[in-house]
Design a protein around this ligand. Structure first.
Ligand code: IMP
Ligand code: MG
Length: 332
């Protein structure tokens, strides 16, 4: 546990927000570094309120957690300040002084560039902001007056926390199949989304990580364009109870059954040591709200066993409903 990377296995929206917020409360996580950018929304239900977090780490629900945004991230200043206010974390959040900035012009470029049109980007401008960074002309967090209060040396802080034996989460965003390197190129996001990249964006070397927890959903979804093996129609998705609307963009999600080949490849390339499987109740409605493995119906247990056999790692956390505590925790 001490340093755990949390990554998504499919096309994002696997339920990382729920898993991370559960771990924050349950394990009392000391430090969390969020990576990626504002295009990703992590949904967290806390004290009856729903949060769609684009910037603030999903561990904010545990008041003892230091919240950090890594040097590899891109900051949307307006959204960051709004969320800090909404979650009331101004006294415990830090932004790496060398994180880069997304400006309004990047969002415009996202929406008007012909080469991006067919991809169905989220429109936040993350791709163009990364292009700007690669060109070495980007603004950084340290250049922004409104961020001075929050500036931090995130790599230093997180490595010191690991040295001190504190509990650390490196919060990945989006999913492995959206990786610029390993996903369904060109229908991908502008960065690598794998566990190694999450470490890199946070400033943590590969030898310092103890666990890679890969988050799967019991079926697959994707928003935007690009291949989705086994895709079913919207009508069929509604009938099965799989139909979802994206937390960040409000767009309809496409869906398909769980794919073992994709799941296995994600486990290998992420170096996953543990898996979480969310929304089991969407597949087997009689699992809803269950909090112990023994209570699960036989067919659900068999599905979990099959997943474990195929991906070669244990499914330690199982989601059975929207509440943060609707989780079966099989860790010893
Ligand atoms: P971009 O990341 O906004 O450039 O969008 C590229 C592709 O990744 C589009 O298909 C988006 O819908 C998808 N995408 C980006 N971020 C997320 C996410 O957090 N969840 C799900 N899909 C995402
Ligand atoms: Mg999402």
């Amino acid at each position: 546990m001490p340093c755990t990377v949390i990554a998504g296995a499919f096309w994002g929206d696997e339920g990382k927000g729920k898993i991370i917020s559960y771990l924050a409360l349950k394990d009392k996580i000391d430090v969390c570094v969020r990576t990626g950018s504002v295009n990703a929304a992590h949904t967290v239900w806390f004290e009856g309120k729903r949060y769609a977090l684009h910037m603030v780490p999903a561990t904010f629900v545990y008041e003892g957690c230091r919240l950090l945004i890594g040097a590899g991230s891109n900051i949307h200043v307006g959204r960051f300040l709004e969320e800090v206010k909404e979650t009331n974390v101004g006294n415990r959040i830090g932004v790496d002084y060398q994180a880069s900035i997304i400006e309004e012009k990047h969002s415009q470029q996202d929406k008007t560039s012909s080469h991006l049109r067919g991809i169905g980007t989220t429109g936040w401008g993350v791709g163009p902001a990364i292009e700007e960074r690669v060109r070495r002309t980007a603004k950084l967090a340290r250049d922004i007056p409104e961020l001075q209060l929050y500036l931090a040396d995130v790599a230093k802080e997180v490595n010191e926390a690991i040295d001190a034996g504190k509990k650390v989460i490196l919060e990945g965003t989006q999913g492995f199949m959206l990786s610029l390197f390993f996903g369904t190129y060109p229908y991908v996001t502008g960065r690598d989304t794998s566990a190694s990249a999450i470490c890199s964006e946070a400033g943590v070397g590969p030898t310092r990580v103890d666990d890679v927890l890969l988050v799967y959903k019991a079926f697959m979804t994707r928003v935007g364009a690009g291949p989705l093996p086994g895709e079913i129609s919207k009508d069929e998705a509604v009938k099965r109870g799989w139909f979802e609307i994206a937390a960040g963009t409000g767009r309809e999600r496409r869906s398909a059954p769980f794919n073992f080949e994709i799941a296995k490849r994600a486990a290998v390339i992420n170096g996953a040591t543990q898996a979480a499987l969310t929304k089991l109740d969407a597949l087997y409605p009689n699992c809803k709200g269950k909090r112990s493995y023994d209570e699960l119906p036989q067919e659900a247990k068999e599905f979990i066993k099959e997943v474990e056999n195929q991906i070669g790692i244990p499914v330690v956390l199982i989601g059975t409903g929207p509440d943060a505590l609707d989780i079966i925790d099989r860790r010893t």
